[in-house]
Design a binder for this molecule. Structure first.
Ligand SMILES: [Zn+2]
Length: 215
């Protein structure tokens, strides 16, 4: 897989994944903050009326991307960190409320040694997205001992343009996921978005490393 995925401008997105982000935003920004960013991103229809927790396509991928952008604008210079926090909160909420939907319920993480659990949870996320989003195209691999996660049809930056990677919510989610899988803290891991479709790359690519040199 090394070809550019042409995602239509009006590609749909599923309710459950929007709901996940909305829950994370509410946890981090509060309900007033959530309502402000929903209105700012043209998603006012979800104010006090969250999407159902199902796999129907009630939103567009570009609206989901616009919501991410609105959080960044709303929170100014702290936007990157705020989106990472939202990504972490979203993942935790998904584990509690959507484990079955998102394919996280049957991951036998405890049976695996720690070093394999990180890869297993990333593969679990890939499966969850592949099962729920028709155009999902994700690769998980190891390059020179570094875990790499690549999304060829990233919805967080769909139709966006930037000279810097913008998928900070994804960074938070992946960091929280490996922390969850290993029973450690997200601060024990460094997640960096090295490429981003918003910057013209053909994928959004994330490197996940242990901060502890002993891994
Ligand atoms: Zn990106």
């Amino acid at each position: 897989m090394a070809e550019r995925v042409q995602l239509p401008d009006d590609a749909p997105y599923v309710n459950a994944l929007l709901l996940q982000a909305i829950q994370g935003i509410a946890e981090v920004l509060g309900v007033n903050g959530l309502n402000a960013v929903l209105r700012a991103s043209g998603l006012g229809r979800f104010v006090d009326n969250p999407p159902p927790n199902n796999l129907e396509k009630g939103v567009l991928a570009r609206e989901y991307a616009r919501l991410n952008q609105a959080v960044e604008e709303f929170t100014g210079r702290g936007g990157k960190g705020m989106l990472q926090r939202i990504g972490r909160a979203s993942f935790r909420w998904a584990v509690r409320e959507q484990a079955t939907t998102m394919g996280l319920a049957n991951l036998a993480l405890k049976a695996l040694p720690h070093r394999l659990r990180k890869r297993a949870i990333l593969l679990g996320i890939r499966k969850g997205l592949t099962d729920t989003v028709e155009y999902a195209a994700i690769e998980v691999k190891e390059e020179k001992g570094v875990l790499v996660y690549m999304d060829y049809a990233c919805t967080i930056c769909h139709t966006r343009h930037s000279d810097q990677p913008v998928c900070h919510l994804y960074v938070g989610t992946l960091g929280e996921a490996v922390a969850f899988a290993t029973g450690r803290d997200f601060r024990d891991f460094e997640v960096v978005e090295t490429h981003c479709r918003a910057a013209g790359d053909i994928f959004c690519r994330f490197e996940i490393r242990d901060r502890d040199v002993n891994g």
